[in-house]
Each structure stands twice: as structure tokens, then as C-alpha cells.
Design a protein around this ligand. Structure first.
Ligand code: WTA
Length: 588
């Protein structure tokens, strides 16, 4: 530690600001994070090379824990070097500004090298969920038109290799942990060998508006929506991490999110490194004992996870929690679904620190509403962060009207000028312009604001299913199952679940020649898991003679939802697939 009065502290150096106020404004943060002179704004510079340029390259950036706790560490200087070499490899394969690079590596050191390597060459980093099956992965690769895929050899072999001929845009595949076979038979390249042979490339001087990352979220059609973000997202991500978690460079930050989820990009990759912290990366799946152990042994000071994970840990009881109570935590927080007050209380008791709920979306790119230390209200989403204007509104096609009274339910709208606000949608049926009215971004979430100005989550205004913090589009699940010859019509809805909040369940009417029964039910469930993957596949299948419809022929989801929570079907007890531990998002 730097003793007092001996020059600026590391925290002050990181933002180039002597006051280190958590209320730093966007403009100030933008200046601190930009490159010198005409070097533009690039996430890789802001989060990694900026620290090296200021003489902090030797500080720890990443501690990655393998499945058997093998530790891999990278300093900021090492991450800067490896990502610059990857940038050179990508450039040599024709990747330039705006080109898409898909990444399917799971949580690992290579994920960081891949993301920052993409940003250095001006490419768009497109991470994919490793739990998704071949179908959803293919549709996302097609939608992004990725030129390059960086994947682990194992995931590539299991989920992509067979589809390669149907992906004409995909020119280059770089494999982590390549065993030689795919390199020989599939023309894939060995990621590490390619990096070792390359010379570091300089960072492209991108502008704040240039595209930087693309995440897929569920839309109201069968295909996913690609949500595009620009380099200026780093401004909001760095600053909000400061405002909510109070991040300083001495923090050890652990965000448990899967790389396919924007929470990983914003708060496992960008925000903690932009604040000069060390990140902990757990390469393994969810396991409560392991997680408590990591919190304690790796001296994690700030922890960001999901309510489902907390509920999972609650299930393992207070005795296990007590064994790990001596930890270094300062604050814990969650995102993705409401954090019920019991979980807040339990988290505070078990971990001995404030447990904060934060609200945001793939589209907002950074936390917009949150409980902050000292002003938290358990069960609520909290209040808008400094610089964020939020309103509860009602709307018609062209105008929005703020609702007047406290506690009245309406749609949550945000002023659209956040530096991390998405810049485009990719994909059919996703209309960027329809998301904005009169300078407000419309979130699709129903909320109420209490008399103290705290926001409370009420539900979604659309049919999206929230399961273990994933946003699942029923339409994508329906389209996946329609490929089975037995399925005539299908409706998928969310059924309440104590642990995961909701699980997708399917109602299916059959084509002639197919008989409803256990054998077909098992076949359809297996088909869904193979094609869609464990996260998207329905947990239950119910057979119906006909689908409830509106007069215009639309499936009446409300009626199906009521059916899902009602008594068991006439065709017998539905077969229930055992629930996977969230975070253990595999599809085997
Ligand atoms: C929901 C997540 C209640 C909400 C970073 C939102 C929440 C959707 C909360 C976005 C919260 C997120 N309380 N609901 N604290 N946080 N949500 O795009 O419905 O995967 O619209 O991004 O999750 O999910 P997404």
C-alpha cells in the first residue's frame, strides 16, 4: 500500500483523479479512460494497457482456478502482451474493425485474451453460452456472421464441427487445448501456438461509437436478438462498478456469470480491470462448498452473482455457511431476477456483508438501478444510479406518459443517453427504433416506484421466461421442438419454480400417427436437450388435444400458464426432468 501523503494512491492513478469520488461523472470517466492524444477510446486500452502505460503492469489482473484448483495467474502486462499477440493473429486472418469474432471457451484465461485481443484489433467480441446445444449456437453464429470462432477443442468438436459446412462466413477456427485431430481434419488452428508465434500488435484507435461486443438475448420471434454495444460501454461499466461496489484496485472481484451472459462481459471482464482490480475466474461448475471455499481462500472482497445461486447456497444450510464466515468480503450483489428479502437477510447473515440487488439488461450494458451500500431496501431493485434517469410510464405507439402516483405499476423507462446503451439490434423482428420513444428507452419490465423513490420489480410486460437468471424466449424453444416430426403445435410458457424462479414447460399437440405417452414424452425431452441444450430445453412436456387460441389464431399463453400451475394433466403426471444446478449449465 502507498502510505498517506506520498503521492497519488493507485485508486487515484487509475482514474487520474485526486478526489476518487464515487459520483464521478460520465464526462470525467470518459476522459480518464481514453487513450492519450488521438489514441481514441478502446476497451482494451481503458481496462488493460492503460495500467501498463502508467507503470502498474506488474499488478495481478487474473487468478483463474481450474477444475482441480490449478491456479493460473496473469499480470496486467502479461494480459496486455497475450491479447496484443492475438490481435496480430486475428489481423493476419483478415479480421478488421467491425468484424465479428465468436468465442465459445467457458470461463478461462483464454476468454480474457480472446476478448481483449478482439478489442485491440477493433473486432466485435461475440461470446456464446457453452450450455446451448448445436441448434441455438448455429443460429447465433449465423446471425453474427462471425468470421472467426475461438473455442475449446471439446466444445467445438461436440457442438460446432458437424455444422461447419453450413456456416459459410466462418473462415477461421482457433482451438484452445487442441489435441491435433481437429487441427488436422478440420483445418482449425491451435490458439496458443498461433499466439506464441505472433508479435504483439498495437491497439487500434477506435472511437467511442465503434462496435465492440455483441450479446444475444431472447426476442419475441423464434430467432434470438443480437444486441450490439460500442467501446463507450466501458465508461458506464467502470463507473457503475465504482458506484455500487466501491471498487478500488486492492479489491479481489469475483463475478460468477457465464461468458454468454452480458454480466460476464461487463462485470467479469471490463469493469473490474478498468478499476485496476484482480479478478477471480472459476473454470468449474457451481458447487456450494467450492464456492464458499473460493470466497474465503482467495480473499474475494466483492462478489457478484445471481439470486438463483444464492438460493442454491441457502439450501445447503447455515452450518456450511458458518464454516466459511471468516472471509474478506466487503460487499456482495446479485442481478438477473428479483433478490427476495429472505435471500438478502440470509446472505448478510451467512457472509456477514451487505447483499445488494442490482437491476439492468443486456440492452443497458451496465447497472442502471441498484441498492447501494448504506441506502439499500431489501426486496427492491433500489434507486437509479447517479446520471441515470428512470421513470414508470404508460405508453401508446408514439408517446409515453409518466404514471403519477407512488406504487402505481407501469413500464420501466430509462433516458436513452447512457454511455453503455446498446447501439443496434441484429436479427429479424428486432426493431431498434421501436425500443425508444421521445428519448426514453423502454425496458419491457413492469415495476412500481414507492414513496421513497425505490423501484420494485413486478414482472415482464412480454412472454419472456426468466429461469436461473436466463431470459428465455418461448418462441426459440418452440421452434427447436417443431423440428420433431411428432409435433403439430407447441406452446412454451414459464412455470413458477422455487429455486430457478421459472422453468420452461411445453404444451404439445401431436401430428396424426403419433401417440401421446411416456415413450414419446421421453423422446421429445431428449430431443430438446440434444438440440437446444439444457438451459433452453423444457423441463416438462404436456400433451394437449388442441392449443388454446385467440380469435386471431395466436396461442393463448395465459391459458397455458394457468394450465402449467394447475393440477396434473389427464394424460398422467408429467415427467419432470431433474433440475440442474444453475451455473452448472451443461447439456449432457
Ligand atoms: C430481469 C441481465 C428483477 C428483468 C443483466 C430484465 C431483473 C432482464 C433484475 C434482463 C433485478 C434483471 N430484479 N429482475 N435485479 N435484473 N432482471 O438482458 O426482467 O439477461 O429485463 O440482463 O432480467 O435480462 P438480461
Amino acid at each position: 500500500m502507498v502510505p498517506p501523503n506520498s503521492g497519488p494512491t493507485i485508486a487515484e492513478q487509475c482514474f487520474g483523479d485526486a478526489t476518487v469520488s464515487p459520483e464521478l461523472d460520465w464526462t470525467h470517466a470518459r476522459q480518464s479512460l481514453s487513450g492519450p492524444g488521438n489514441a481514441g477510446m478502446n476497451i482494451a486500452y481503458a481496462a488493460v494497457d492503460r495500467h501498463v502505460a502508467a507503470g502498474r503492469g506488474g499488478r495481478p489482473a487474473i487468478l483463474s482456478l481450474g477444475r482441480r484448483y490449478e491456479k493460473r495467474r496473469l499480470s496486467y502486462a502479461q494480459l496486455a502482451d497475450l491479447s496484443a499477440r492475438l490481435a496480430a493473429v486475428l489481423a493476419a486472418h483478415g479480421v478488421g474493425a467491425g468484424d465479428k469474432v465468436a468465442v465459445l471457451t467457458g470461463r478461462s484465461v483464454e476468454l480474457y485474451v480472446a476478448a481483449f485481443g478482439c478489442w485491440k484489433v477493433g473486432a466485435v467480441y461475440c461470446p456464446l453460452f457453452s450450455a446451448f446445444g448445436p441448434g441455438p449456437l448455429k443460429s447465433r453464429l449465423e446471425l453474427s456472421r462471425a468470421k472467426v470462432l475461438i473455442a475449446t477443442e471439446e466444445l467445438y468438436r461436440r457442438k460446432i464441427a458437424a455444422q461447419r459446412p453450413a456456416l459459410p462466413d466462418l473462415q477461421t477456427v482457433l482451438l484452445v487445448g487442441a489435441d491435433g485431430e481437429m487441427v488436422e481434419t478440420d483445418g482449425a488452428l491451435d490458439f496458443n501456438a498461433a499466439i506464441n508465434a505472433a508479435q504483439p500488435a498495437p491497439i487500434l484507435a477506435t472511437t467511442p461509437e465503434m462496435p465492440a461486443f455483441l450479446h444475444f438475448t431472447s426476442g419475441t420471434t423464434g430467432t434470438p436478438k443480437g444486441v450490439l454495444h460500442s467501446h463507450s460501454a466501458v465508461v458506464a461499466e467502470a463507473l457503475t462498478a465504482r458506484q455500487v461496489f466501491g471498487l478500488v484496485p486492492d479489491d479481489v472481484f469475483w463475478c460468477t456469470a457465464d461468458p454468454g451472459w452480458i454480466t460476464n462481459t461487463a462485470y467479469a471482464l471490463i469493469a473490474p480491470l478498468a478499476n485496476g482490480c484482480q479478478v477471480v475466474v472459476d473454470e468449474d461448475d457451481f458447487d456450494p462448498r467450492r464456492w464458499y471455499g473460493i470466497l474465503k481462500d482467495e480473499k474475494v472482497t466483492v462478489w457478484y452473482t445471481t439470486p438463483t445461486n444464492i438460493r442454491m447456497m441457502m439450501r445447503y444450510g447455515a452450518a456450511l455457511a458458518r464454516a466459511y464466515k471468516e472471509n474478506s468480503l466487503r460487499v456482495a450483489a446479485s442481478v438477473g431476477e428479483p433478490l427476495n428479502p429472505e435471500a438478502v437477510a440470509w446472505g448478510e447473515k451467512a457472509l456477514g456483508v451487505p447483499f445488494l440487488d442490482t437491476w439492468w439488461q443486456t440492452e443497458t450494458g451496465a447497472i442502471a438501478i441498484a441498492n447501494c451500500p448504506g441506502k439499500a431496501k431489501a426486496g427492491s431493485m433500489g434507486m437509479p444510479l447517479p446520471g441515470v434517469e428512470a421513470a414508470v410510464i404508460s405508453r401508446d405507439l408514439s408517446s409515453v406518459t409518466p404514471v403519477g402516483r407512488a406504487d402505481e405499476v407501469g413500464e420501466l423507462a430509462l433516458r436513452a443517453d447512457l454511455p453503455s446503451m446498446f447501439t443496434a439490434y441484429m436479427g429479424e423482428g428486432a426493431n431498434y427504433d421501436l425500443s425508444f420513444i421521445d428519448g426514453w428507452y423502454l425496458t419491457g419490465d413492469l415495476v412500481r416506484r414507492d414513496a421513497d423513490g425505490c423501484f420494485w420489480f413486478v414482472g415482464r410486460a412480454d412472454d419472456m421466461i426468466k429461469s436461473a437468471s436466463h431470459t428465455i424466449g418461448p418462441f426459440e424453444v418452440e421452434c427447436g421442438l417443431m423440428d420433431h416430426p411428432a409435433v403439430a403445435e407447441i406452446g412454451v410458457v414459464g412455470k413458477p419454480d422455487l429455486l430457478l424462479r421459472e422453468v420452461p414447460v411445453a404444451f404439445i399437440s401431436l401430428n396424426p400417427g403419433f401417440e401421446a405417452g411416456e415413450a414419446l414424452r421421453v423422446e421429445l425431452l431428449t430431443f430438446a436437450r440434444q438440440c437446444l441444450g439444457g438451459t433452453l430445453a423444457p423441463r416438462e412436456i404436456h400433451f394437449v388435444d388442441s392449443m388454446p387460441k385467440t380469435t386471431t389464431g395466436k396461442i393463448l399463453r395465459r391459458a397455458l400458464k394457468a394450465k402449467a400451475v394447475a393440477e396434473p394433466e389427464e394424460d398422467g403426471e408429467p415427467l419432470i426432468v431433474p433440475v440442474m444446478a444453475p451455473g452448472r449449465f451443461d447439456d449432457e
